[in-house]
Design a protein around this ligand. Structure first.
Ligand code: SF4
Length: 428
């Protein structure tokens, strides 16, 4: 979502004449769009600002803006601790950036962290989302009402908000007109989308009708919001990709309860089984928090069993690390050595799933969306339907197309193949 936000912030500031530069020293304005999910997020911001300070030591200071979730969470604290920062801008307030910049005076620092998603998206809908890529993000929903005990999102992004249906479809059409072949629908709880009873399944159905869009994905989902209509759409959709990112976090009901996840392992497995029955090509990916406070050996073994049963691919796993201001912040952490051992075991099994999946594709022909050229310009980087990176020989004209690739070999992260056909010609 930060990538989407950064792009949209750029679309907005272009209106008042800003251009991106990779020449740090020449910048008039330095904007850091921050994420609060990972460990030591605010320390990383201060470190980065320190770097900017050094670069501009003997030059006129640029306007320094900290945007995003760290800005939202730390707000006034940041301005106090680092006077080099001029403006603090929360993730629901970045549509106000032009007014703030134009009215900024050095004596008056600005902190704008209001939750104002309605006017943000109204404003953004009037500014074209300019793409230059085969795959585009499209935010349809923001915020979260679930309050998992480990998570900062409800505090940094605010309550659940769903954008108006027509606004989303118009943006999708505009992205397709500009060449996007794949649209990734975004939301902190993307499948909680609900605008006047229009749900995520309605958005997928409508985008499916846009001729130039050939792939649809959505992320991130909550197991509780995998409603019947959304499950059913996997039966007939031709464009919805078969990888479902559905974070489960733990395979133990006790831990899910301690995390306040609001679902059980049985309910999760029921969704998995229903989807597999409707469409056997579907695979699941997930996030796992290992060594959450209270996790005993038995709970951990339950997580391993679930990973083996669902055969998750393309997944993420982390040792629990407390986030400031959350309920889990004050809980007793599990011994570091035990945590690390558990993480290694989880990652070993996830890796094994991934290697097996990649191996099973060798000598098969798969469809790949070519995203860009590799740095040496001799090869193309693309992604399979399951989001796995694919590398193959090709040139610039292949970028942005869906191609048939025969997979020759694979490793744990990547598939390597040879181009067989250009499916785009047939669509045209
Ligand atoms: S559902 Fe997701 S975004 Fe919401 S609190 Fe839980 S982890 Fe955070």
């Amino acid at each position: 979502m930060n990538e989407y936000d950064s792009k949209r912030i750029y679309d907005v500031v272009k209106e008042i004449g800003f251009e991106k530069t990779d020449q740090y020293k020449e910048a008039d304005c330095y904007l850091l769009n921050t994420c609060h999910i990972r460990d030591k997020a605010s320390e990383k911001v201060y470190h980065e600002i320190g770097r900017v300070k050094k670069i501009f030591r003997s030059k006129k200071k640029p306007l320094v803006i900290v945007a995003g979730c760290v800005a939202q969470a730390e707000n006034q604290e940041m301005l106090k601790r680092e006077p080099y920062i001029d403006i603090i801008l929360g993730p629901q307030a970045y549509h106000k950036i032009n007014d703030i910049i134009l009215n900024f005076t050095e004596k008056l620092k600005v902190e704008e962290t209001e939750f104002d998603a309605v006017s943000k998206f109204e404003y953004l809908s009037r500014i074209q989302n300019k793409v230059g890529k085969a795959t585009s993000f499209l935010t349809i929903q923001e915020g979260c009402d679930k309050f998992c005990h480990f998570c900062v999102v409800p505090y940094t992004r605010g309550p659940e908000y769903s954008r108006p249906f027509d606004q989303i479809i118009n943006e999708a059409k505009s992205l397709a007109d500009q060449g996007s072949k794949e649209i990734i629908l975004l939301g902190q709880n993307v499948n909680a989308y609900n605008y006047n009873d229009m749900r995520l399944s309605n958005i997928i159905g409508e985008i499916e009708k846009i001729k130039n869009v050939q792939r649809i994905r959505f992320t991130t989902s909550h197991p509780k919001d995998m409603t019947d209509d959304l499950i059913e759409i996997y039966k007939d959709s031709k464009k919805l990709m078969p990888l479902i990112h559905l974070p489960v976090q733990s395979g133990s009901d006790k831990i899910l309860n301690l995390m306040n996840r609001k679902h059980t392992v049985k309910e999760y497995l029921k969704t998995y089984e229903r989807l597999k029955k409707i469409n056997p090509l579907v695979e699941f990916s997930s996030d796992f928090i290992i060594a959450y406070p209270g996790e005993e050996e038995k709970d951990f073994l339950d997580t391993l069993s679930l990973i083996k049963e669902v055969k998750f691919i393309n997944s993420y796993s982390f040792i629990f690390s407390p986030r400031p201001g959350t309920i889990a912040e004050g809980l007793q952490k599990i011994d570091k050595k035990i945590s690390l051992k558990r993480l290694e075991k989880v990652q070993e099994i996830l890796l094994d799933n991934q290697i097996k999946k990649n191996k099973s594709l060798e000598n098969k022909i798969i469809e790949v969306l070519a995203e860009n050229q590799t740095d040496d310009k001799t090869k193309i980087f693309g992604r399979s339907e399951y989001m796995t990176p694919v590398i193959f020989d090709g040139n610039k004209k292949d970028v942005g197309k869906i191609l048939k690739i025969k997979i020759i070999k694979s490793n744990r992260n990547t598939l390597f193949g040879k181009m067989i056909d250009n499916l785009d010609k047939k669509v045209a």
